[in-house]
Design a protein around this ligand. Structure first.
Ligand SMILES: Nc1ncnc2c1ncn2[C@@H]1O[C@H](COP(=O)(O)OP(=O)(O)OP(=O)(O)O)[C@@H](O)[C@H]1O
Length: 684
């Protein structure tokens, strides 16, 4: 940014602004196409009265163009061992995620280190051979072509990085070759060389996308320097090219913070922007300068703020962008995230293309299924799943507690959390797949400790030693009691496992009957798929009544009501089909359902169990709820076998192909004879 000096004679700082800008333009290294625009704009400003609004707008615009990092890059640290060490130091666990990141970076590194390939195109053999000799001596791989047509054939067959072409040639001249190259190989750079150097032909070739223009006889030093700088630039571009990484998973599982670690490990600058609720296309692409208060889009603003062309830009909550009359931000993202298109990204405010191909974009989403197909297609999705209790304890001990002690100025106070204390916080005060709540609870303990220190009061006699009793004292009574396993078996109430963007959860399906006229009542904000699952379950029970030991005419003068509590939260999906069926069988046979067993399966009309998704998240939810047994469809068996031991710890996993097999496992063998006391409801 350029600062204009204000004085007593010139309180607005208008006089001399143009001179300052002219000097800045002169000093700044700008691409040719930008330089041309800047010169034209300067010319226009000279003819304007400095007191007009246009003058101020023009100055701001020029200032913006000049201060963008057109040629500034940070050097990447490509040592994979170092990247690995940084990822390990910043994050506990997440092994599959770290592996995928390292593989991704290894491929990008290899791409960026590949030999630089040059094609020399000239119809004069001497010129061709000379250039080939000089460039080979510099260590580049060089091929030659005697005319435009031969060059085009070679360009189609081999990915060249740079085309050095003569301008005047028979059949296909340099400019035509340039045009064709832009189509066939958009990432290849072209330098035009001619003996008939005129300003017009130079301007024409630059307009058509040539990166530079050299006149014959070629100055070898200038050529060497030019090729070296193009190679450097291409290396930065190669590093970021390829599919964009998209981290997907429940909130608080480390998606954003691992993005920050990648930037730190590579030595790149980092910015993070949340796209949640973004509806206006102009937020990404900027406003045209004709609008009052026009500004560039957020991408260009961040790049200017960071001052380099190759930062890591984290696009957070990409699944929460909206769409309305102000445009469709997803379509702008399509352009930004596409390596083939973002070399010429057009921000409305800048009005000149800005090359985003060196920027490394990383997106995060809670549910990738919400993303438009074409956008998802451009990304490589890396799944983050929830943490097990043990992982949370380790992360708390190694990362969250030191961080919170630092933030609350308690580092020097020798506060020590015992393992039992951390386990108690994880078990009794958090119930989510991520770490946000855990972080908040630890922060809360730290704040209370800080206050105790300042006021000179002591917590349970030993303020620096936080054990299970101190946790209770500081955080109050446990927020979550061990729910499901502790309550008694009930008739008509079964436990299921579901998966949402917040991770896995347990649900309870309640079924009851009363005199009526064959109605199936469904409540609890159920979506259409869930409603159909309930109808399927009822039809299955009616058609298999005898096999299940139920009176076949049970539905004749009866209404059946199925309810899934937490009625304010909309629910949908097929995986509660089996849970509903078991609740109905329990109700109609009066056999109580075990509440330390949960089932998650889609059920067909014939009673077959179909595979479900989100198994890891569901098992973690079962662990958190202290369930003992989880029943899954046979189709999920292989997935379960591949899960790490700590996800399965404390759980017995049974896989069945038919609902009838699950009935015996979930329901007690004997029906309940006395009416149940309504005192012991299962809680979610
Ligand atoms: N494996 C881990 N090791 C150490 N700290 C972690 C780990 N995972 C998450 N954290 C910490 O948990 C907190 C929340 O993580 P972060 O903000 O990255 O979550 P997120 O997945 O981006 O969530 P959201 O989807 O809501 O944006 C951060 O303080 C982060 O450092």
């Amino acid at each position: 940014m350029i600062f204009f000096r204000k004085s007593q004679d010139d309180p607005e700082g208008q006089i001399g602004k143009l001179d300052v800008l002219r000097a800045a333009v002169h000093k700044a290294k700008l691409p040719h196409h930008v330089h041309r625009v800047v010169l034209k704009e300067l010319e226009l400003l000279e003819s304007l009265d400095p007191s007009t609004a246009e003058y101020g707008i023009g100055i701001t615009y020029l200032d913006y163009l000049v201060s963008l990092p057109w040629f500034h890059f940070t050097e990447d640290d490509l040592r994979l061992d170092h990247v690995h060490a940084v990822l390990e130091a910043d994050h506990y666990g997440l092994q599959p995620v770290k592996e995928r990141i390292l593989e991704y970076l290894a491929v990008r590194t290899l791409c960026s280190l590949q030999e630089f390939q040059i094609l020399v195109v000239d119809d004069e053999q001497i010129a061709r051979t000379n250039l080939e000799y000089v460039l080979r001596k510099e260590g580049y791989r060089v091929d030659t072509a005697a005319n435009g047509e031969e060059a085009l054939r070679k360009i189609k067959a081999c990915p060249f990085d740079l085309i050095l072409t003569d301008l005047k040639m028979e059949k296909l001249d340099g400019l035509q070759l340039l045009e064709q190259t832009r189509k066939e190989a958009p990432h290849a750079e072209t330098v035009i060389i001619t003996g008939y150097a005129t300003v017009d032909s130079a301007v024409e070739s630059l307009k058509k996308g040539a990166v530079h223009y050299l006149s014959k006889p070629v100055q070898l030093d200038a050529l060497r320097a030019l090729v070296r700088s193009i190679k450097e630039k291409k290396r930065h571009m190669q590093m970021a090219r390829g599919p964009v990484l998209c981290f997907s998973g429940p909130p608080g599982t480390g998606k954003t913070s691992i993005g920050r670690s990648i930037a730190k490990a590579l030595g790149r600058r980092f910015a993070h922007m949340s796209l949640a609720g973004l509806r206006d296309e102009a937020e990404l692409r900027g406003h045209r300068r004709t609008y009052v208060g026009a500004m560039p889009g957020r991408i260009i603003q961040e790049i200017r703020r960071l001052g380099v062309r190759n930062p890591v830009l984290m696009l957070d909550e990409i699944d929460k962008i909206g769409q309305d009359f102000r445009g469709d931000p997803a379509s702008v993202l399509l352009e930004i995230l596409d390596a083939e298109q973002n070399t010429l990204f057009m921000d409305h405010y800048l009005d000149v293309p800005f090359d985003l191909s060196a920027t490394m974009f990383i997106a995060t989403a809670n549910v990738v299924e919400r993303l438009p197909g074409p956008l998802l297609d451009r990304m490589e999705v890396i799944e983050f799943s929830g943490y097990t209790g043990k992982e949370k304890e380790q992360i708390a001990q190694r990362h969250l507690i030191p961080k919170k002690l630092r933030e609350n100025a308690l580092e020097g106070c020798k506060v020590h959390f015992t393992d039992e204390a951390i386990r108690a916080v994880v078990r009794d005060y958090t119930r989510e797949p991520g770490l946000r709540q855990l972080e908040r609870e630890i922060a809360s303990i730290c704040r209370k400790l800080a206050r105790a220190y300042v006021q000179g009061t002591q917590i349970l006699g030993q303020p620096e030693y936080i054990d299970e009793v101190a946790v209770k004292e500081l955080l109050g009574p446990p927020r979550y009691a061990p729910t499901a396993a502790a309550t008694a078996p009930r008739v008509g109430v079964t436990t299921g496992l579901v998966w949402s963007e917040l991770g896995g959860e347990i649900i309870f399906v309640e079924a009851t009957r009363m005199p009526g006229a064959r109605q199936l009542i469904l409540t609890g904000s159920l979506g259409s798929v869930l409603k159909e699952s309930a109808q399927t379950a009822l039809s299955f029970v009616r058609s298999h009544a005898e096999a299940l030991g139920i009176d076949p005419h049970f539905f004749q003068e009866t209404d059946i009501h199925i309810h899934i509590p937490a009625g304010a939260i909309p629910k949908d999906g097929p995986s509660a089909g089996a849970t509903i069926c078991l609740a109905l069988v329990s109700l109609l046979t009066r056999r109580p359902a075990r509440c330390d067993v949960a089932i998650s399966a889609e059920m067909t009309l014939g009673g077959r169990l179909l595979a479900v998704s989100g198994v890891r998240e569901k098992l973690l939810a079962a662990q958190r709820a202290h369930l003992r047994t989880v029943i899954l469809p046979e189709g999920n068996k292989a997935e379960v076998e591949n899960l790490p031991a700590d996800v399965l710890e404390g759980l017995t996993i049974l896989t069945f192909g038919e609902i009838l097999q699950a009935v015996e496992e979930v329901l007690a063998s004997e029906p309940l004879s006395v009416p149940q006391e309504p005192k012991t409801p299962c809680r979610i």
